[in-house]
Each structure stands twice: as structure tokens, then as C-alpha cells.
Design a protein around this ligand. Structure first.
Ligand SMILES: Cc1cc2nc3c(=O)[nH]c(=O)nc-3n(C[C@H](O)[C@H](O)[C@H](O)COP(=O)(O)OP(=O)(O)OC[C@H]3O[C@@H](n4cnc5c(N)ncnc54)[C@H](O)[C@@H]3O)c2cc1C
Ligand code: SF4
Length: 553
């Protein structure tokens, strides 16, 4: 069978886009099949429109996936201080079970979930890559930070990451391509609070341009990047890796093209894929390598759904590992009002960060660290409508007066912590519910254990301490993962490792036993780090995986 493409990449998010770009750079002809649509920043995003606050990230045909959830965990009164609450309405999650209030909020589209990500661009903490051998929990990565460092540099250069010179544990062989962004007034107030508590508070490395770069303008600090960046300065994968892949002339992207089958013969060699386009027509494409980059939920779904005589439990699943070790986002946000105006609706979101507790041994009584950051965007308090509906009480003239007096006073501190695998956190296929193409839906099972709750308790206390030290007496709301499932960062469901008995892919991201089938997305993470945002690591890993595959010939 003659193949028009050397490689097929399934999914164009953080990992798929980076893999496609690298393949093009290396002279390969690449087909990217993306289930979701294209988004046009000029037409689709509304941050530059007067009614911006009424527009969230747009939903287009094919851009929202469907998922199911297993039975949610029973809540335990010993952790009641970790319940999400609001100053007027009380508990945000009613009843005694965890809830899924927002659900799996990832976008399907060319660029994947980077289209609506905030744009933090973190490297993993080197100390968090050997959790099993050094701390007896989770799993070790099959390589170390030094192996990944050159690929981090390349990804940062392509994106135009802006970051500070001091980077703590994450040593760098070269500076960031762009200088750090200025820190906003609200973050400076939090920075003074951090220093009064003896904590550090530094500019957060961001995939957002601090200067014009690569034909894109610098950020204008309009501030609500999760709604889609109309200026294209946010380094979403469509504006960076995919754009350059297309410019190479080596890449074709087919949007609204959902892969259903990974095709193989009698050997464990993938020959190509079957996919369905937006009109429901089925197509076959062949290539000598296939990269699955459908994200940490959809990648295991695709592998589990592809059963055959050679792979009776699904591809890569001889040892029942596909879908296991699911790690979600362990997060906390505290919001309070400051007596003075802070202009906290202005500036780059998550512009500053405290890494002091990020190492796996940094928090007493638990393994796994956390980081703290300015989080007005996480609390969705970027405009007057949010204040009027969620922060300010009263009616009529009195309400308006209070709104005028309070706008810009809200401060929010967020924390994200290490998420460790747990036998009750995994992805499987729903036994009966299917999508429009007849493929079983992914079912998400999530469990937060006692160690995670202890870590969360430390995170909550530190967020409150920071707000108090900043001069806020008045907590208004708090949200956390203990009672509300959070999917912002998802990992681990096809983790990389040395043995097929406890991992799905090897150190080169090849599925054990299926050498021309690579995984390039969040599913391959062996551990999550102490709360780092994952996309930059997913991209560095993808560049490395492609290079190692091509070098092996
Ligand atoms: C609100 C929000 C804010 C975030 N902020 C940050 C941040 O600041 N920094 C950071 O690093 N990360 C952030 N993240 C997380 C980040 O977006 C993800 O970690 C990252 O996009 C994951 O990359 P991926 O390659 O694993 O998958 P994705 O980016 O999700 O891409 C997977 C792609 O595969 C496609 N696909 C799925 N199934 C198929 C199929 N069968 N056929 C064809 N295509 C398919 C999907 O449509 C999707 O486009 C944020 C996430 C959210 C939701
Ligand atoms: S703050 Fe900057 S990166 Fe975010 S949407 Fe606005 S212009 Fe884009």
C-alpha cells in the first residue's frame, strides 16, 4: 500500500502539534487528524469586543467532547474545612459526594486545549521525577531532567516563552527567549505578603509574548486568556507549532476528522488509521508511523476501543495498564476583598508564582509538593459582571454603589499540588454509552485520598495566610478539588516506564511492543510534578520522542 504521508498525528493539541512540527523539520510528510474545528482568533474570540464578559470560550460544532463519570466519592466530615463555599450561598457542592460542576473542560480544536489555556509554561521540577525510588510513591520517569532540558529550550524558543532569570530547582542551560512580564499591582501586593511570611514570589514563566516575536505582537494584558486570545500572542499550539508546521509545506491538517481505528495486520505494526470526517464519510490513511496525541482521556479511550485478535484487551493493554494511574488537578483557590483598590482585573493572569513548596518533600507529613500563584482569573473575577453576580450583594442603587467601591479589590491566591496515582482513579470505557460514531465514551473515575487531602489542607492554609498577610480580612469564597472534580491538568493514563507490567509506553514514548505507535500527550506522564502546568513538558517530550524514533531509523 503506498502512503502519501510518513507520519499520521492524531490530535493537534500541545503534544500533537509539537510532534507534527518536529516531524516536518526533519523532512517528514505529516498528516494531522484533528477531531475538532479550526478557531479563527479574529472572528471567534471576543476579548476585544464590548460584550467580552458575556462571551466565554466559543463552542463550535465538534469542539466539545462527551464523557461519563464513575460513582463519585463519598465525602468525609473530617475534611469539611476543604469544602468549596461562597460567602452568600454557602456550600457550592450540596450533598455528601464529590461533584463534577464544570466537567472535563478541554477544547477540541486545532490547537487542542492550549486554545483556552492560561499559558503558564513550566518545566517539571527535577526532584519530582523519581518519586518511587526516592519517596516510595507513584512511579519514576524512565529518564531525568537533563535528558529533557535541550527539548525544553527548543519548545520555549518556538513559543517565545517569557520568564525570569532566577529559576530555582529547574536549572537552564540558556536564558528564556523573552524577558519576564511586569508583575501587576495585585500581584505586587501578594508579593509583599509573601515576603512578610518569608516566602518567595517571582514572575511566572509564561507562553505569552512580552515583546513582539516571530511575527506576533506582545501581550496587551487584557487578562482573560482562557476565553481565547484575539491578538495571537498567547502561545497556543495553533499559533506556534501548527503554524510553523504548515509553513514548512510538509504538513496537512484535517480538522473535524475523528480517528476511530488504528489499523494493523498480523504483526504488531500500525499501518494507518480509519477516520470519519464532519460529513460522516469514512476514510483510510496509511503511514510508517502513527502518533496518538488525543489527550489523557481520549488516548486511552482510543487504545481501549481498538481490540483485535492481536490486542484482545486493546492496543498496548496486555497488562491492563491503559487508563490506569489517572492523575487529575489537585487545586485550591481562596478569594478575599482587600480594603484598597488593587486593579486586580488588570494584568496578565497568573503572573507571579511561589515555588517554595514545590519539591516532593517540601510539605510536612505528605509526599508531593505544591505551588502558589495569583489567581484572579481562576476565580473568574476579571470583570464587573462577575463582581456584580458573585461578590457584591444588595440591590438597586446600593448595589451599584458597592460595586463601584469594590471593583478591583478582589485578591485571589491559587495553589496546585502534586497528584499521585490511586487504584480508584482511572479511565475505562462506558459499558453502554457511545458517541455518534458508535465508539464507547470514556468514563472517568476519580478519587482523592487522605494524603491528597492533607496536601490540600496545607495548600488552603497557605492561600489564606497569604491573603491575610496582604491585608485582607474578608474571605469571600474558596474552591477546591476535595469536593469538586477538576480536569485542568490530566495525566498518567498511558504512563511511560521501563516495564510493560506497570507502564504503557517506553522511555521513547513508543507503546511497548508496538514500535511505530508513539504517544505524545499528557497521558504519558509518569508523575505530575509539584503542581507545574504540563503543556511545555508535553511539548518537550513530543520533540524528544520524534527525534528518538527517527534516530533509531
Ligand atoms: C482552562 C484551562 C487552563 C489551562 N491552563 C494551562 C496553562 O496555563 N499551562 C499549561 O501548561 N496547561 C494548561 N492547561 C492544560 C493544557 O491545556 C493541557 O494540559 C494540554 O492542552 C494537554 O495537551 P495534550 O496534547 O495532552 O491534549 P490536548 O491539548 O487536549 O489535545 C488533544 C487533541 O486531540 C483531539 N482528539 C481527541 N480524540 C481524537 C480522535 N479520536 N481523533 C482526532 N483527534 C482527536 C482533541 O480534539 C484535541 O484537540 C489548561 C487547561 C484548561 C482546561
Ligand atoms: S492577556 Fe495577553 S495573552 Fe491573554 S488574551 Fe490578552 S493579549 Fe492574549
Amino acid at each position: 500500500m503506498s502512503a502519501r504521508f510518513d507520519a499520521i498525528v492524531i490530535g493537534s493539541g500541545a503534544g500533537g502539534a509539537a510532534a507534527a512540527w518536529r516531524l516536518c523539520q526533519r523532512g517528514c510528510r505529516v498528516l494531522v487528524l484533528e477531531a475538532g474545528p479550526w478557531f479563527d482568533p479574529d472572528k471567534d474570540y471576543g476579548l476585544d469586543k464590548p460584550d467580552w464578559e458575556a462571551r466565554s470560550f466559543p463552542v463550535k460544532p465538534g469542539s466539545a467532547g462527551r464523557h461519563r463519570y464513575g460513582e463519585m466519592q463519598q465525602l468525609d466530615p473530617q475534611w469539611d474545612d476543604l469544602r468549596s463555599w461562597h460567602h452568600e450561598t454557602g456550600r457550592l457542592v450540596l450533598g455528601d459526594r464529590r461533584a463534577v460542576r464544570i466537567g472535563y473542560s478541554h477544547v477540541r480544536g486545532v490547537g487542542g486545549s492550549t486554545l483556552h489555556y492560561v499559558g503558564e509554561a513550566h518545566r517539571l521540577n527535577p526532584h519530582s521525577m523519581k518519586l518511587q525510588s526516592e519517596h516510595g510513591v507513584g512511579a519514576d520517569w524512565p529518564f531525568d531532567y537533563a535528558e529533557l532540558e535541550p527539548f525544553y529550550l527548543e519548545a520555549e524558543r518556538l513559543i517565545g516563552v517569557a520568564g525570569p532569570s532566577a529559576v530555582g530547582d529547574r536549572w537552564r542551560s540558556q536564558p528564556y527567549p523573552l524577558p519576564a512580564h511586569p508583575v501587576s499591582r495585585a500581584s505586587r501586593t501578594l508579593g509583599a505578603a509573601a515576603s512578610s511570611l518569608g516566602l518567595s514570589w517571582s514572575p511566572n514563566p509564561r507562553a505569552t509574548l512580552s515583546q513582539a516575536y516571530d511575527g506576533r505582537p506582545p501581550c496587551n494584558y487584557c487578562g482573560a486568556c482562557v476565553r481565547g486570545c484575539p491578538r495571537r500572542d498567547k502561545g497556543s499550539a495553533d499559533q506556534t507549532f501548527i503554524r510553523h508546521a504548515l509553513q514548512s509545506g510538509q504538513c496537512e491538517v484535517r480538522a473535524r476528522s475523528t480517528v476511530l481505528d488504528l489499523l494493523h495486520g498480523e504483526q504488531r505494526v500500525i499501518r494507518g488509521v480509519r477516520y470519519v470526517d464532519e460529513k460522516g464519510r469514512h476514510h483510510f490513511e496509511h503511514a510508517r508511523m502513527v502518533i496518538v496525541a488525543a489527550g489523557a482521556i481520549e488516548t486511552p479511550r482510543l487504545l481501549l476501543a481498538n481490540r483485535s485478535a492481536l490486542a484482545p484487551q486493546g492496543i498496548g493493554n496486555d497488562h491492563g495498564q491503559v487508563g490506569q494511574h489517572f492523575m487529575e488537578t489537585l487545586s485550591w483557590t481562596s478569594v478575599a476583598m482587600h480594603p484598597q483598590a488593587q486593579g486586580s482585573y488588570m494584568g496578565l493572569p497568573a503572573d507571579a508564582i511561589c515555588w517554595d513548596f514545590n519539591r516532593p518533600d517540601a510539605i510536612a507529613d505528605v509526599v508531593g509538593g505544591a505551588r502558589f500563584y495569583s489567581a484572579t482569573l481562576d476565580a473568574d473575577l476579571m470583570g464587573p459582571v462577575a463582581y456584580a453576580t458573585r461578590l457584591i450583594d444588595g440591590w438597586g442603587a446600593q448595589h451599584k454603589q458597592r460595586l463601584r467601591r469594590s471593583f478591583g479589590h478582589a485578591l485571589a491566591v491559587g495553589a496546585i499540588g502534586e497528584s499521585l496515582p490511586h487504584p480508584r482513579s482511572f479511565i475505562d470505557l462506558h459499558p453502554s454509552d457511545r458517541d455518534e460514531h458508535g465508539m464507547p465514551l470514556a468514563r472517568i473515575h476519580s478519587h482523592v485520598d487522605d494524603m491528597a487531602c492533607r496536601r490540600l489542607r496545607f495548600m488552603a492554609k497557605t492561600c489564606r495566610d497569604l491573603l491575610k498577610a496582604a491585608g485582607c480580612a474578608d474571605l469571600r469564597m474558596e474552591m477546591g478539588t476535595y469536593d469538586d472534580f477538576a480536569s485542568t491538568h490530566v495525566f498518567g493514563t498511558c504512563r511511560s516506564g521501563v516495564s510493560a507490567r506497570d507502564s504503557v509506553c517506553n522511555a521513547q514514548n513508543q507503546i511497548h511492543g508496538w514500535n511505530n505507535l508513539l504517544l505524545c500527550d499528557g497521558s504519558t506522564f509518569s508523575s505530575t510534578g509539584g503542581g507545574e502546568s504540563p503543556s511545555l513538558s508535553i511539548q518537550a517530550l513530543a520533540l524528544r520522542a520524534v527525534d528518538r524514533f527517527l534516530q533509531a531509523g
